[in-house]
Design a protein around this ligand. Sequence first.
Ligand code: S3P
Length: 168
Amino acid sequence: MRYFLIGFMGSGKSYWARRWGRLHDLPWLDLDREIEKHAQCTIAEYFTAQGEEAFRRLEHETLRSLGKQTSFILACGGGTPCHFDNMGWMNENGVTIFLETPVDVLLSRLQPEHRKRPLLEGLQGEELRGHIESLLDQRMSCYRKAAVILPFDQTGDDTFAAIVRQYA
Ligand code: S3P
């Protein structure tokens, strides 16, 4: 089965993909890292050189190319489900899992590393909070199309094990 972890930047997609992949003997992948392999530069460098539109196209193509593999757990980028038909395609080809995370938690995780993320560059404090809130607001309807919505306080190994049993 293909599992797609979706959610805002800082919601723990990469952490859980690695952890659950190891626990369930599933190949785990990170879409940002796959994009970086194709582009041969970092996401931040790609954004600066080519802009967001080109990034979204590359993200879409990289996601589609992973469809050749039938079993994995993938940490998507925060914007992946909200561009092209990515969300529909993921829902047709696997189980989408939304890691729903409160803004305060996102803020505390993103504050120290806002420089690594092109969409948050230069933002701090209240400005960063405002930006997170408005982007999250725009994306929520798309995240909510996930097959499984995991509230923050219910995200753990047992919950994923139950999902695996349900979709096996
Ligand atoms: C983005 C999230 C990033 C990365 C890019 C754009 C977004 O991934 O794909 O910087 O649009 O939210 P993470 O969610 O892994 O930080």
